[in-house]
Design a protein around this ligand. Structure first.
Ligand SMILES: NC(=O)c1ccc[n+]([C@@H]2O[C@H](COP(=O)([O-])OP(=O)(O)OC[C@H]3O[C@@H](n4cnc5c(N)ncnc54)[C@H](O)[C@@H]3O)[C@@H](O)[C@H]2O)c1
Length: 256
């Protein structure tokens, strides 16, 4: 199925920063913002796919995204990446906090180290990147922060206690940041994707049976892909959603 592409003219030339933009949903968003003629920077830990993505997007859209290599588990690296994005783009109007890693770990196997590791890759940088970018948005008179949570934390999935905690925490963070930054015209919203069949998901967790089981629970009986997040994310980035903040948007084909 080919998804329609909408135009949001207010995004043209706006600065957009996507974390974890090198593959999966983040890569679809990098390409989509480039197609809107926005100025896009993205942060990722994986250099090779990120460089390939830059070439592919530049060829497809005529706009070369700016890739920043960084490990978002390191807060100094988060701050340096924010600075590099501001130095390149001038002003950041849209921040998409997307990078995450949904490692499975049963209750008995969780250690202090693995718990901290999960929260550092799945939650901590969402706050520190927002904190680093907010002053730039405040100076520019507004902005939109879009956080990626997941329906996974609503599904009582037994093997992801730390990931589920992080994804639930993102909603609390969204509410608090929206309250703090609303007076500066900075909106903060969260998207909860359902089962999105990406390369990594197929490689690690999803076989045909798992995909069929989830489709059984969905109202819409088709496989959801990274491009399904593009429209909702562009809408939250654009002034089309100017009165919408502190909200969560579930994109799961109707599981919930
Ligand atoms: N795919 C799904 O089914 C699904 C479902 C619900 C929620 N989500 C959420 O959507 C977002 C994107 O998921 P995805 O499936 O595209 O993931 P993905 O694994 O395909 O992509 C994540 C990207 O983040 C990068 N990344 C990981 N750790 C990093 C680090 N320490 N520093 C910098 N970059 C790092 C990876 O290199 C990768 O490019 C995540 O927040 C995820 O939790 C995904």
């Amino acid at each position: 199925m080919t998804l329609p592409s909408s135009q949001f003219p207010d995004l043209r030339d706006r600065g957009v920063l996507v974390t974890g933009g090198g593959s999966g949903i983040g890569a679809a968003l990098v390409e989509a913002f480039a197609r809107q003629r926005a100025q896009v920077a993205f942060v990722d830990i994986a250099e090779e796919p990120s460089r390939k993505l830059c070439d592919r997007v530049a060829e497809a859209t005529g706009r070369m995204p700016h890739f920043i290599l960084a490990d978002l588990r390191n807060i100094e690296a988060v701050r340096a990446a924010a600075e590099a994005a501001v130095a390149k783009l001038g002003s950041i109007h849209v921040l998409v906090n997307n990078a995450a890693r949904d490692d499975r770990q049963p209750l008995e196997a969780v250690t202090e180290e693995s718990w901290d590791e999960s929260l550092s890759v799945n939650l901590r940088h969402f706050f520190f990147m927002s904190q680093a970018i907010a002053p730039n948005m405040q100076r520019a008179g507004g902005g939109s922060i879009i956080n990626f949570s997941s329906i996974a934390f609503l599904l009582n999935m037994p093997e992801i206690p730390a990931y589920a905690t992080a994804k639930a925490g993102i909603i609390g963070l969204t509410k608090s940041l929206a309250g703090k930054l609303g007076p500066d015209n900075i909106r903060v919203n969260t998207i909860l994707p359902g089962m999105i069949v990406t390369e990594r998901q197929k490689r690690l967790w999803l076989d045909d049976e798992a995909i069929a089981r989830m489709q059984e629970r969905q109202c819409l009986k088709r496989m959801l892909v990274a491009d399904d997040l593009v429209g909702p994310c562009l809408y939250l980035a654009s002034d089309c959603s100017a009165a919408m903040t502190a909200q969560t948007m579930i994109i799961d084909g109707g599981v919930f």
